[in-house]
Design a protein around this ligand. Structure first.
Ligand code: OAD
Length: 240
C-alpha cells in the first residue's frame, strides 16, 4: 500500500507517546536510556512512594521538569500544529506529560497522563498550573496538604473526562496515527482499538514493531519527524 496522505482525511487523531518527543531530546521510558531503566518507579512514581517521601518524589519531578525545560518542540510537533490549522479536524491524544504539543502551538490536546507543570493538592484536590519552573512551595496554602504533580502515576486512575473525550475523538476519526508508543501501558493502550473498530485507517509510526502492530494496516518504521513528513508529502503547506 502506498503511503496515505494527511490531506485525504477529514478527522485525524494523532495518538502520541514518548517517541514523539525523543527527537526533542526528552528521554523515553523504556529501551536504551529510558527513564524507568534508571529510576525505579516504585520510589518515584506512585502514590505510596509519595506518601512515604514526598520530598524525594518532588526532587525526581523537578529533575524531569529540568530535562524537559531544556528541550524544544521538534519539527514533528510543528507539523501537527500546521495540520490542526489547515485540515478540517485534528485532535491529539497524548500519553506525554511534557507539554511539548501545547508549547509547539497545538490546541486540541487530550493529555491522558496529566501534565508535568500542573499540581494538585493531595488533601483538598485543588489544582494549579506552574510556569516553567522548579516547584519549591510543596504545601497547599489553603489546607497545608502536599502538592503532588497532577500526573497519572502507576496505580493511579486516569481522569474520566479526559478518557471520554479521547475515546470520542478516536471512535469518530477516519485516520488514526499512533506515534512513538510502546503500546504496553494500559488503559491508554486499549484506545487505538476504537479507531480500528470504527473503520479508521490506522497508521503506526515507530522505528520498531510493538505488541499492537497487528492492529495497524500501515507501518512507518522510522523516527517521528521523518515519518510524519512522509504522511504530509504532497502538501507543502504542512511541511513548513
Ligand atoms: P515508551 O518509552 O514505553 O515507548 C517509546 C516508544 O517510542 C518505543 O516504542 C520506541 O521504539 C519509540 N521511539 C523511540 N524513538 C522514536 C522516534 N524518534 N520516533 C518515533 N518513535 C520512537 O513510551 P510510551 O509508550 O509513551 O506513563 O510509555 C507509555 C507510558 O509509560 C508513559 O506515558 C508513562 C510511562 O510509564 C506515565 O508516566 C503514567
Amino acid at each position: 500500500m502506498s503511503d496515505p496522505c494527511l490531506r485525504d482525511y477529514q478527522r485525524i487523531v494523532f495518538f502520541t507517546g514518548a517517541g514523539m518527543s525523543a527527537e526533542s531530546g526528552v528521554p523515553t521510558y523504556r529501551g536504551a536510556g529510558g527513564i524507568w531503566k534508571e529510576y525505579d518507579y516504585r520510589r518515584y512514581a506512585c502514590q505510596s512512594a509519595f506518601d512515604r517521601d514526598p520530598a524525594a518524589v518532588w526532587e525526581f519531578h523537578n529533575f524531569r521538569r529540568g530535562l524537559v525545560m531544556r528541550c524544544d518542540p521538534n519539527p514533528g510537533h510543528q507539523l501537527i500544529v500546521r495540520a490542526e490549522q489547515q485540515l478540517p479536524q485534528v485532535t491529539i491524544v497524548t500519553q506525554n506529560i511534557d507539554g511539548l504539543h501545547a508549547r509547539a502551538g497545538s490546541h486540541k490536546i487530550h493529555e491522558l497522563h496529566g501534565n508535568l507543570w500542573r499540581v494538585r493538592c493531595d488533601h483538598c484536590g485543588v489544582k494549579q498550573q506552574d510556569g516553567p519552573v522548579q516547584r519549591e512551595q510543596l504545601r497547599c496554602p489553603t489546607c497545608d496538604g502536599w502538592w503532588r504533580p497532577d500526573i497519572v502515576w502507576f496505580e493511579d486512575y486516569l481522569d474520566d473526562a479526559v478518557v471520554q473525550a479521547a475515546t470520542a475523538a478516536i471512535a469518530g476519526c477516519d485516520l488514526f496515527v499512533s506515534i512513538g508508543t510502546s503500546a504496553v501501558v494500559y488503559p491508554a493502550a486499549y484506545l487505538p482499538q476504537h479507531a480500528a473498530d470504527n473503520g479508521a485507517l490506522c497508521v503506526e509510526i515507530n522505528p520498531d514493531p510493538t505488541p499492537a502492530s497487528e492492529l495497524y494496516s500501515v507501518h512507518l518504521r522510522g523516527p517521528a519527524t521523518a515519518m510524519l513528513a512522509r504522511l504530509a508529502a504532497g502538501v507543502p503547506e504542512l511541511l513548513g
